[in-house]
Design a protein around this ligand. Structure first.
Ligand code: AMP
Ligand code: ZN
Length: 119
């Protein structure tokens, strides 16, 4: 999609700090990390959000479920990670191209609702 920020990153028109790429997916550092590790995983096929799944794109988004732990391991998050998918305005989604936030070391994170309390 021509006016989509993440489609421009996929096309290479906007630079990104890539950590992983294959034919279907791209993963890169969030420009404003909210945790010590903060990676965005996106499909190369433009899908606006989880509210925009249909027969033509659902398998690509399902594939992100197994790609997310692969990326987390690549980032050496061996003790775990958090995946967040903001959806729509009410979910705080700012970029209309579906993405998983992959967050590591979340107790040091600065997301709304963070930092988590140790208990
Ligand atoms: P969301 O609010 O869930 O749509 O998340 C969008 C994320 O994209 C935010 O965490 C931003 O910091 C991040 N972001 C915006 N522009 C860029 C960019 N050019 N490169 C990398 N991350 C970006
Ligand atoms: Zn897009």
């Amino acid at each position: 999609m021509s006016d989509c920020l993440f489609c421009k990153i996929i096309a290479g028109d906007i630079p990104s700090k890539k950590v992983y790429e294959d034919d279907e997916y791209l993963a890169f550092w969030d420009i404003a990390p909210k945790a010590p590790v903060h990676i965005l995983l996106i499909p190369k096929k433009h899908v606006t959000s989880l509210y925009h799944l249909d027969d033509s794109n659902v398998s690509v988004v399902q594939g992100m479920m197994s790609k997310a732990p692969e990326i987390a391991k690549l980032m050496e998050l061996n003790d775990g990670f958090r995946a967040v998918v903001n959806t729509g305005d009410g979910g705080g989604q700012e970029v209309g191209h579906i993405h998983f936030h992959i967050l590591g070391d979340v107790r040091k994170a600065t997301w709304s609702g963070f930092p988590l309390q140790d208990n």
